[in-house]
Design a protein around this ligand. Structure first.
Ligand SMILES: [Zn+2]
Length: 511
């Protein structure tokens, strides 16, 4: 006797449909599983056997063969337990369901027959729906998450007996009482720009950076407020459209970090990994590959505080994903591409004591400062559009004089500026000024004769490279957009030049 059941497995951040075939035949009473299985899938055999026995369904004393196809995809995770159990029960005639071919089933089984939740259910329901299946049976604990996908009937189950009754009864109705009641969207940040006194240049740099999604580096002594300002950034990030929301939610779901009580993720992510993070933790990977911090920061901000404290080889790995906006992980299981289109915001001290260029307090030697700065390589700096100094504030500046501008006002301007960019680039595959490719710079960052002369002077005077020249133009485009100016004017170029003065002074000219 033979039966076949649909299920799905995680592949990268997406999912692929898998068929579970079960065959019961005469012969030696053995339970065999084939189909390119990882060790946890092979263990399903023992879980399914015990769960069925404890639920009162003993396996027949016959030869049981289970095949998971296609054989080209390595099967990982415990989500195959339930479909394997259903396939066996169907092959021995305990389950009799005509619509089995239009149902997708996922879930892990405990030895007592209870169905346990699994990671990545969002991607799996999407895949089932896109493949034309009509019904999705998921663990009850995953139901809220599964219900976020519309256009497919989703039913939550708690134990194996319930699954058997459901399939035999054939009454696949999505219960009204199971409707998702979405909680209020949580506040995006506990920090607000109104809490920051002084640091006008830093505030401005943050606004420019987020408006055009430019990478930013803050350099300054400890206590200047770099980390505090960075923590305010989530409060000015615009919300995401529905496609982006689904995309980010899938990544978090695959990592088991998705909070389904609030529905799809509405706020752009802000990730701030500690400097002890491993290369694998940062970019993703592992034996069973999973996304790293850069993918968790996709469409949002990756904040690296104390950049020089990170392992040098770890931060160097960022170069390729920052260029490609995605990261490719190759493992024995196959190669996966995880999205990683994030804005890098980094903060660092100018030297190991932290007080350079204040020579009253800094006693570092030239050599030690150079060695300290060399932890950040030129290719990484090349990918950072905005470099800004965070000076120590004097007493007058830290005392609040008047009400500071709040994040919601800044955010409103950021949204306006990003809307201009979205409209401008609607026929292209990029959305923000920071992403304008070099061959389109002249088209989108056109300069009038006077501005052209200014840039020519700057180019010679500061011996800019072609790459730096393009960075300045992209940032100037953002500043012009912030002022709703069609043309890039002198004042925009001047400000953009200021944002790269620092990396030139510290790194290129030498201390
Ligand atoms: Zn120093």
């Amino acid at each position: 006797m033979y039966s076949i059941v649909n299920t799905a497995t995680i592949y990268g951040i997406d999912s692929k449909l898998i068929s579970v075939e079960a065959d019961i035949s005469e012969g030696m009473p053995i339970f065999e599983m084939v189909g390119y299985l990882s060790s946890e899938v092979k263990e399903a055999k023992e879980r399914v056997r015990s769960a069925l026995k404890n639920a009162g369904y003993a396996l027949p004393i016959k030869r049981i063969t289970v095949n998971l196809s296609p054989a080209s995809i390595k099967k990982t995770g415990a989500g195959f337990d339930l479909p394997i159990a259903v396939a066996i029960l169907s092959a021995i005639g305990i389950i009799d369901c005509e619509r089995l071919s239009s149902i997708c089933i996922c879930g892990e089984i405990g030895l007592d027959g209870k169905i346990q939740p699994i990671n990545g259910i969002l991607s799996e329901v999407c895949e089932a729906k896109n493949s034309g299946l009509e019904i999705m049976i998921v663990p009850k604990a995953n139901l809220l998450e599964a219900r976020l996908v519309e256009g497919i009937i989703t039913i939550g189950v708690e134990n194996i007996t319930e699954v058997i009754e459901l399939l035999n009864g054939g009454n696949f109705v999505q219960g009204e009482e199971d409707k998702v009641s979405l909680d209020e969207i949580p506040v995006s940040s506990d920090y607000d720009f109104s809490m920051i006194n002084g640091q006008q240049a830093l505030r401005r740099a943050c606004e420019v950076a987020i408006s055009g999604m430019h990478n930013m580096l803050m350099v300054g002594p400890p206590g200047a407020g770099k980390s505090m300002i960075a923590k305010c950034i989530p409060s000015i990030l615009p919300s995401m459209d529905s496609n982006e929301q689904l995309e980010i939610s899938k990544i978090y779901s695959v990592c088991g970090m998705f909070d389904e009580r609030h529905g799809l993720m509405k706020n752009r992510p802000f990730r701030s990994p500690h400097h002890t993070v491993s290369a694998q933790g940062l970019v993703g990977g592992g034996h069973n590959p999973r996304p790293g911090e850069i993918s968790l920061a996709h469409r949002g901000v990756l904040f690296l505080d104390e950049l020089t404290e990170f392992n040098k080889s770890t931060i160097e790995i960022l170069r390729q994903p920052m260029e490609d906006k995605s990261v490719c992980i190759s493992r024995a299981l196959g190669s996966f591409t995880y999205p990683a289109n994030f804005v890098l915001v980094a903060a660092m001290n100018p030297c190991s004591c932290g007080y350079y260029p204040d020579l009253n307090r800094c006693h570092c030697t030239r050599l030690s400062i150079q060695r300290y700065l060399s932890k950040i390589s030129q290719p990484l700096l090349d990918r950072i559009d905005i470099c800004v100094e965070a000076p120590t504030l004097n007493y007058k500046q830290i005392v609040k004089k008047s009400e500071n501008e709040s994040s919601s006002d800044i955010r409103a301007r950021v949204i306006k500026c990003q809307d201009i960019q979205k409209a401008r680039f609607q026929n292209y595959d990029f959305k923000f000024n920071s992403e304008i490719p070099s061959n389109l710079i002249e088209k989108f960052c056109f300069l009038n004769p006077e501005e052209n002369r200014f840039m020519e002077n700057m180019y010679e005077k500061y011996s800019l490279t072609a790459r730096t020249y393009h960075k300045v133009l992209r940032v100037a485009r953002t500043i012009a957009d912030m002022e709703m100016s069609e043309n890039i004017n002198l004042i925009h170029l001047q400000e953009a030049m200021c944002f790269r003065g620092l990396d030139k002074r510290y790194w290129e000219d030498g201390i």
